[in-house]
Design a protein around this ligand. Structure first.
Ligand SMILES: Nc1ncnc2c1ncn2[C@@H]1O[C@H](COP(=O)(O)OP(=O)(O)O)[C@@H](O)[C@H]1O
Ligand SMILES: [Mg+2]
Length: 322
């Protein structure tokens, strides 16, 4: 299923990406070397990635009733995203994320995400049809927990593949979110939140991840810093679990922003088309690697870029893991 319909439940924002040589200290200024103004926010970035990978993305997000939103939604349409479920809400401006990036790849985000630009449970209910028509649903846990849980339950009820991006907060929503999920993807920091184990200890992360498989998800993708990303899944043949630590691709990292979103999108596409977990894992990391070489979170997932990164990963992984 390459042209799968995938619903993304998450954030849309105006991204302003400013590249400087060095971040100025307080009371000083720095000249901007490069400025990009883009369609952004994690939800939109994932939807753009899905479109580039051949899926049909549908976005459930909130935009303001302002002109900025008109621009962003126009861009989203040109990216092949179905924006008919995007909620237009007056009373607050469309979310804005200003990213300042230095030459070492260190970023700082200044984000204005007004409460009114967050999805509510009522927004999820109103988008009921979109859930029913989707082959998979990707939910970002940066949205309010009650909203994320409503989206997760709706996905479960429709029997669709549910992918969670982030770490559920350790509150009453955590257990039902994990129970509903098929896949959970966490970055380095979220891995620590999810497992309670420092991300620099792959063996302990793996053993906690194996326990988490009993809580619901059948596959976990966990960022482990410089070691790469650990994928742990239920192995139907053995009845136990299997794991693959996929290293990072070898390249100059300009900006990691959006690489996690590309990873999540590619993992979803690969699983939907029936790739086995180890192949899906490589494809996902290849997509992340193809996103770290440029400023800003907007992915550029061309076939050539993915092919190069997959070859790099094959060269790094031991033959037995292929
Ligand atoms: N050189 C690289 N090759 C492949 N993946 C990378 C590389 N550098 C960073 N990554 C991955 O990019 C991801 C960044 O995730 P995250 O911080 O969640 O990004 P965002 O939320 O901005 O999309 C991590 O999974 C990390 O392992
Ligand atoms: Mg992330």
């Amino acid at each position: 299923m390459t042209d799968a319909r995938i619903l993304v439940v998450g954030q849309l924002a105006r991204d302003v990406v400013l590249t400087v040589e060095r971040m100025p200290p307080p009371g000083a200024a720095a000249d901007v070397r490069e400025r990009r103004e883009l369609l952004g926010g994690k939800g939109a970035n994932q939807a753009v990635a899905l479109g580039q990978l051949g899926a049909r993305p549908v976005l459930l997000a909130v935009a303001g009733a302002d002109e900025v939103a008109e621009d962003l939604l126009g861009q989203a349409r040109r990216d092949g995203i179905d924006v008919s479920s995007v909620v237009r809400r007056a009373g607050a401006p469309t979310a804005l994320i200003v990213e300042a990036l230095d030459a070492e790849g260190r970023w700082r985000y200044l984000q204005h995400i007004p409460d009114g630009m967050l999805l509510t449970e009522a927004d999820v209910t109103a988008a009921d049809d979109a859930f029913g028509r989707a082959d998979a649903v990707l939910v970002q846990l940066q949205q309010p927990p009650a909203t994320a849980l409503a989206a997760a339950r709706r996905t479960r009820a429709a029997g669709r593949l549910l992918v969670l991006d982030g770490a559920p907060a350790d509150d009453g929503h955590r257990a039902p979110l994990l129970a509903a999920a098929d896949v959970v993807r966490a970055d380095d920091r979220e891995t620590e939140l999810l497992t309670g184990v420092p991300a620099d200890d792959p063996d302990r992360v793996r053993s906690v991840a194996t326990e988490l498989l009993a809580a619901g998800p059948r596959l976990l993708a966990l960022g482990l810093g410089a070691a790469g990303n650990l994928f742990v899944w239920r192995d139907s043949r053995s009845g136990g679990s299997a794991a693959l630590l996929v290293p990072l691709t070898r390249e100059k990292v300009v900006d990691t922003t959006g690489a996690g979103d590309a990873l999540t999108a590619a993992l979803t596409v690969a699983l939907l088309r029936g790739d086995p977990p180890d192949a899906a894992a490589r494809y996902a990391v290849a997509a992340a690697g193809a996103t770290v070489g440029h400023p800003g979170g907007r992915p550029e997932l061309t076939a050539g870029a993915l092919r190069d990164r997959l070859a790099d990963l094959d060269a790094q992984l031991p033959a037995t893991a292929r």
